[in-house]
Design a protein around this ligand. Structure first.
Ligand SMILES: *Cc1c(COP(=O)(O)O)cnc(C)c1O
Length: 386
């Protein structure tokens, strides 16, 4: 009875069942769990953003259906922010689409362009919705391994001709979740050339552009000359302003790509609560010092966790951006086994790399989303069990 659709059956299995069960069990037993597993900021949303929500929520004009294409004030604020931050000019009317968080946009986008038998070129390991959205659209993920020997960038030369022919989309995500790798102009130019030659659309996920350290400023793919001919970029307020629960982000770039996504969404949702959009405008107007403060906190934590883990012999690159550390499992243990071991022995939760794709095997991901004293505590526990 109630046979699942073929597309649902094709979605990758959920790999954390065992770890989740062990975590719940540990909590039930009253063990003091340190959760370095979740990529969700622990700090509150800045006050001025909450105040804007409060004010806007009291205005009955905001209680009705929102415009599908988002409020003009929000689209204009996004355009100003992109100009200021990346010197990229976007037309608020045709090149920007607010989203209910960037995840839904990233996952819905394939519905606009993929048919059965088409491919999406997808980095592996990756943020899971790239694969999920592709499969739900009836198309196929073609994996581009992210390996340490290529600085966790996909090696475009290795994509076979047969896959290039079927590829309609290529997903890129720098600064990268889960590997914390960053990409430079050179890589972006290669991707642009590849997309032009193979008539593929570039889907750039820029969720972590504002979480970068030591003065490093990540670039937008749209800064690459001519990128707007082939690209749509997804951005989010979630990580930058501690707003994961609010559900607000946007897509921007090529107007044909943006309007196609808008058409898909007009059939699926009815816009973002306007009070949240008003709060989004305030978020984008956050003074630079305050945004730097949010990022600085992760940098402080990184600077405690990195030397601590190094002294325990762990192997990883020091992240220049994102709030993740992508760490080799010791002694070639599997990522799930190692994660289970440190949960059992040290009450520390980490994410097994294989959860992000098969090329994530041999790694675990730790997130800098717990206070410094908990990081210190986690290190002292690890020292006892490693
Ligand atoms: C957190 C994250 C997002 C943002 O998701 P929202 O839906 O905007 O909260 C997008 N991409 C990646 C890679 C992420 O890690």
């Amino acid at each position: 009875m109630f046979e699942l659709s073929k597309r649902l059956k094709q979605l990758p299995p959920y790999l954390f069942v065992e770890i989740d069960k062990a975590k719940r069990e540990a909590r039930k037993q009253g063990r003091d769990i340190i959760d370095l597993g979740v990529g969700d900021p622990d700090q509150p949303t800045p006050r001025h953003i909450i105040s804007s929500l409060n004010t806007a929520a009291l205005d009955p004009a905001n209680h009705r259906y929102a415009l599908d294409q988002g409020m003009p004030v929000l689209r204009q604020a996004i355009a100003r922010w992109y100009k200021k931050r990346f010197n990229v000019i976007l037309d608020p009317e045709s090149e920007i689409l607010p989203l209910i968080g960037s995840k839904e946009g990233l996952a819905h986008f394939p519905l606009a362009f993929l048919n059965n038998g088409d491919y999406s070129l997808i980095p592996d390991p990756c943020y899971p919705p790239y694969k999920g959205g592709t499969i739900i659209a009836g198309a196929k993920p073609f994996l581009m391994p992210l390996l340490k020997n290529n600085d966790f960038l996909p090696d475009l030369k290795k994509i076979p001709l047969s896959a290039r022919k079927k590829a309609k989309l290529i997903y890129i995500n720098y600064p990268n979740n889960p590997t914390s790798a960053v990409a430079g102009e050179d890589f972006y130019r290669q991707v642009l050339g590849f997309a032009r030659k193979n008539k593929a659309i570039v889907v750039s996920d820029l969720a972590y552009s504002e979480l970068a350290y030591d003065g490093y400023k990540p670039k937008s793919f749209l800064e690459t000359g001519g990128a707007k001919d082939v690209a749509i970029e997804f951005h989010s307020l979630s990580k930058t302003y501690n707003m994961t629960g609010w559900r607000i982000g946007w897509a921007c770039g090529n107007s044909r790509l943006v309007s196609a996504l808008a058409k898909v969404k007009s059939n699926l949702d009815s816009g973002i609560f306007q009070a949240i959009q008003a709060a989004g405008v305030s978020a984008l107007e956050t003074p630079a010092e305050e945004a730097e403060g949010i990022c600085g906190l992760y940098q402080q934590r990184r600077d405690v966790l990195v030397p601590g883990l190094k002294s325990l012999g762990f192997e990883f690159e020091v992240p220049k951006a994102t709030f993740y550390l992508w760490i080799r499992t010791p002694h070639k243990t599997s990522s799930v086994d190692f994660s289970k071991t440190i949960l059992d022995r040290a009450d520390i939760v980490v994410t097994p790399g294989v959860g992000f794709g098969k090329y994530g095997e041999g790694y675990i991901r730790m997130a800098l989303t717990v206070p410094e004293e908990r990081i210190v505590e986690a290190l002292s526990r690890l020292k006892k069990v490693i």
